[in-house]
Ligand binder design. Structure first.
Ligand code: PHB
Length: 392
């Protein structure tokens, strides 16, 4: 079976970027089809990022004033940087009058899926895109396989790759899926979810002699914590007692509240920016365009920022035939992307212990942390970047 459908914008990927884009386009009267290879259940249950920037929350609130971000989510007005066993609060509210919200990405996805399906969005699960053809023409196409194994061709006026770091749309733009700027780190995060009360009111980012740890939360009953590990570490090789010991030894000064660990994973660290973000009538957003290490909590927020720019550019292009914004999309998006790349790399390098680090490096790192927390300018830069630069 082979089917062909037509739409204005074909969006590959029903993550935060694809769903928010379909919403913004619908608001501008531009219809779209969104496809995703995963099932709805898989999208709604995969545990991913947790921190939303101020601008992301403002946008979600504009989309739905009753968004659960404000009821289920938790507003955080600061974070703690810990080193040499001492905590230093970065007070976002006082420094930049902005906040972040702890609201798990899969909860946000539940909200957006319900909203889009309720509005009649053509949203197809279990549909696997394989490639984009004629990307540079006025009628690009997505070639996909639908849930029953039949071939689906989506003819569009524009194609958007919101399909994550293994994007199948990217080669149509960059010529080769690996073409871009890339950095790998010699460490990873061992992440756990556990049933326990919170050990702290806000996130703790800790630099310790044993390496980095992050104490985060999910809800009053469930906590998310990470500690620096070898990228090749086997998540199942450690006992629960060993995991608690590893975490505890990296946050001297706090006694962690322990509980049953019900999920564990190893997250590899990468920084990546694709060599091109657009070719003709095909563009990339979110993880398809870039990857950041999780230390700065920028991944999903950066995807939202891309989408705000792209939605405006597509409105001008498809609504008025005005090509100026789409011609400037990559340049405009890349300004923020590289700022976020820098911030994520900086937080990562300041807080982790490099395997080859010597005594000089560790002491220099402590000097760097001290020059941030002792200076209002230093704390303000961190607060501005962490809460997110305004989405113009
Ligand atoms: C999380 O809660 O999963 C989380 C929070 C902050 C980060 C990274 C991950 O920087």
């Amino acid at each position: 079976m082979s089917t062909t459908v037509s739409t204005r914008v074909a969006i590959v990927g029903a993550g935060p970027a694809g769903l928010i884009l379909s919403h913004l386009l619908a608001g501008a009267g531009i219809e779209s089809i969104v496809i995703d290879q995963r099932s709805r259940d898989e999208i709604e249950s995969t545990i991913r990022a947790g921190i939303l920037e101020q601008g992301t929350v403002d946008l979600l609130t504009a989309i739905d004033p009753n968004t659960r971000v404000h009821t289920v989510g938790d507003r955080h007005e600061g974070i703690e940087l810990r080193f040499e066993g001492e905590g230093h609060r970065i007070d976002f509210a006082a420094l930049v009058d902005r906040s972040v919200w702890l609201y798990p990405q899969h909860e946000m996805l539940k909200d957006m899926l319900a909203l889009r399906l309720g509005a009649g969005q053509d949203l197809r699960f279990g549909v696997t895109a394989s490639r984009v053809e004629d990307a540079e023409t006025n009628r690009p196409r997505v070639i996909a396989t639908d849930a029953d194994g039949g071939q689906l061709t989506i003819e569009a006026h524009f194609v958007v790759g919101a399909d994550g770091s293994r994007s199948v749309v990217r080669p149509a733009i960059t010529g080769d899926s690996r073409s871009g700027y890339f950095r790998e780190y010699p460490f990873a995060w061992f992440g756990i979810l556990c049933e326990a009360p919170a050990s702290a009111d806000e996130l703790i980012y800790s630099n310790s002699a044993n390496g980095f740890a992050l104490i985060s939360q999910r809800s009053p009953e469930v906590q998310r914590m990470y500690f620096q590990c070898d990228p090749e570490a086997d998540p199942n090789a450690m006992s629960e007692a060993q995991i608690w010991e590893a975490l505890q030894s990296r946050v001297p000064g706090t006694t962690l509240k322990e509980g049953r660990i019900f999920q564990r994973d190893v997250l590899r660290f990468r920084s990546f920016v694709a060599s091109e973000l657009r070719r003709g009538r095909t563009a990339l957003v979110g993880d398809a365009a870039h990857t950041v290490p999780p230390t700065g909590a920028k991944g999903m927020n950066l995807a939202v920022a891309d989408v705000v720019l792209l939605a405006r550019a597509l409105d001008a292009l498809l609504g008025d035939g005005d090509e100026r914004l789409i011609d400037g999309y990559a340049e405009q998006a890349l300004k923020r992307i590289w700022k976020a790349q820098h911030f994520s790399w900086w937080m990562t390098s300041m807080l982790h212990r490099l395997p080859e680090a010597g005594e000089f490096d560790s002491r220099r790192q402590l000097g760097e942390l001290r020059s941030v927390v002792d200076s209002e300018a230093g704390r303000t830069y961190l607060a501005e970047a962490y809460t997110g630069w305004p989405l113009d």
